[in-house]
Design a protein. Structure first.
Length: 292
């Protein structure tokens, strides 16, 4: 029963994200004459020039990609991506049938950066959550997933950057009128790409940032006692031997919250012959409880 409820909630989330992306394009992107990133940017320019709906373009491109994903990536990924594509395309097509111009953000050529910011944040939110839940919002994401599966070391950033650069360059001519070159859509496309990358990266990596300390010391028990008492954390002890002195010491591994970094440093500084280094942890997992 719980498993069925979990699956139902997951698909409800996918449908909600697809609806949000369709609203985002209809209310903030199309109305302000700029092309966003990736395949959807190409679809946006085609609709601007020919009137051919983004909905149909999405179906033509993404349905075959979802079928491909079903057989060559994973069945789960393919089915979820197909659901997203169908809902997104249907909702966008439906929005085009209603007279809801009063709900759109039409900057009328002034302060267009604001709808770019809104649309960039919404798109990155959708794509980030989809990525974390084994779903594709379409286009280059499916291609990226496949390439990373068969060739993990390949830097897909090059492909993404190339596509986005071509979209930005093409928008220079698509949105120019009467032979007058208009650089504004290029700048808006670049801003959109930056916002989606920045926010999407935060969503994918997570917000549970922490700090991992590695400590080599002859006083492990004393340090652990202070960490336990003061910071309500513990540490993992590993016996190590110095490469130069050949002396046996203890290596401590401890992960603390960001606001506890200075307190941890003060504890370590009290002990002689103790070396410590730290690194940022993007996200923590597991069910370890803090010491009470």
């Amino acid at each position: 029963m719980k498993n069925h409820l979990k699956i139902l909630l997951e698909y409800a989330s996918i449908i909600s994200l697809a609806i949000l992306l369709a609203i985002n394009y209809h209310f903030f992107i199309i109305e302000n004459d700029f092309a966003p990133a990736g395949i959807n940017g190409i679809a946006t320019m085609i609709q601007y020039k020919t009137g051919f709906s983004i909905s149909y373009f999405s179906l033509i491109i993404n349905v075959p990609l979802c079928i491909f994903a079903y057989f060559f990536i994973s069945k789960k990924y393919g089915v979820r991506s197909l659901v997203f594509t169908l809902v997104y395309s249907f909702v966008y097509l439906l929005l085009q049938q209603f007279d809801i111009d009063h709900l759109k953000y039409d900057a009328q050529g002034h302060d267009t950066i604001f709808p770019v910011i809104i649309s960039g944040v919404l798109s990155s939110f959708v794509c980030g959550i989809c990525f974390k839940n084994e779903t594709s919002s379409g286009g280059t994401e499916t291609v990226s997933k496949y390439i990373s599966k068969i060739k993990p070391d390949f830097n897909f950033f090059i492909v993404t950057f190339t596509i986005n650069a071509l979209v930005a360059f093409a928008s220079l001519f698509v949105y120019s009128e009467k032979g007058v070159i208009n650089y504004k859509p290029v700048a808006l496309c670049i801003c959109y790409c930056f916002i989606t990358y920045f926010v999407g990266n935060i969503i994918i990596k997570g917000t549970k940032n922490a700090c991992k300390f590695t400590v080599i010391t002859p006083y492990p028990d004393d340090i652990i006692k202070e960490i336990t008492t003061t910071l309500k954390h513990s540490a993992t002890k590993i016996l190590v031997r110095g490469g130069y002195t050949n002396e046996e010491k203890t290596l401590l591994l401890c992960v603390v919250n960001k606001h506890q970094i200075n307190d941890f440093k003060k504890i370590v500084e009290k002990y002689p012959s103790t070396f410590s280094c730290s690194e940022t942890v993007n996200e923590t997992y597991g069910n370890f409880k803090q010491i009470k």
